[in-house]
Design a protein around this ligand. Structure first.
Ligand SMILES: [Zn+2]
Length: 221
């Protein structure tokens, strides 16, 4: 296990690998998306020597994780609470923690509870080549998982984005309040990727999907 530091006010923990973090990895911003978290820690250990310095925040919302629900203990979706001056304590601490840094790459892991198939968002359009996505798709098929196509969430006006061949370029509002949107629009990260690990597959398979995300989308970034 990593030697995490803990933010006392919120219980959020974080780990820096190296002195100059170039990669930001987060998970657990939604409390019902927890199965992937231990897998990410193992993968970061497995690939540490091949990765640049990184900052890992495994439990972005400890209060949502404690409840096992999407929303945190104050009844808010933490992933709609971000800005340069956030009010929600769990967002305040993350914004403060990220303040001194700029990350060439930010990967924000989520799980989509409705899915058996995989898709991801890329906030800077098409810097990941279709070839790479097709390789990832071929790898996923060996696990019996496809690249998903459809509308991400037709009922959520903040989403409602088309996904083709597992790939989604999200429409962002001005001053987007998601963690990913805020990091991207405030240029704290050059590139933001949001993998939606399929929520309906077993935990060991989620770990394998995350491993493929590391190999195809993160390691040779
Ligand atoms: Zn989520």
């Amino acid at each position: 296990m990593f030697d995490y530091k803990i933010i006392r006010a919120t219980g959020q923990k974080y780990y820096f690998s190296g002195k100059d973090p170039r990669l930001l990895i987060t998970s657990g911003i939604h409390g019902d998306e927890f199965e992937i978290i231990p897998a990410l820690e193992k993968l970061l250990q497995k690939y540490q020597s091949r990765l640049p310095g990184f900052l890992f925040i495994p439990e972005a919302s400890p209060s949502a994780l404690a409840a096992g629900r999407r929303k945190n203990s104050r009844g808010l979706d933490l992933n709609r609470c971000f800005s340069a001056k956030p009010k929600e304590p769990e967002a305040v601490e993350i914004v403060r923690l990220l303040k001194p840094y700029k990350f060439p790459l930010f990967v924000s892991f989520h799980e989509d509870a409705t899915q058996r198939d995989f898709y991801f968002y890329e906030y800077d359009h098409r810097r990941i080549s279709p070839d790479k996505i097709n390789q990832l798709g071929a790898d996923l098929r060996t696990l019996g998982i496809n690249l998903w196509e459809g509308i991400d969430d037709p009922h959520d006006p903040d989403l409602n984005n088309p996904v083709y061949n597992g790939y989604c370029y999200p429409r962002l509002k001005k001053n987007d309040v998601s963690l990913e949107g805020w990091v991207f629009q405030s240029k704290k990260a050059g590139k933001v990727i949001l993998p939606e690990i399929p929520g309906l597959i077993p935990k060991y398979q989620k770990a394998k999907v995350a491993d493929l995300v590391f190999r195809r989308l993160i390691l040779d970034f």
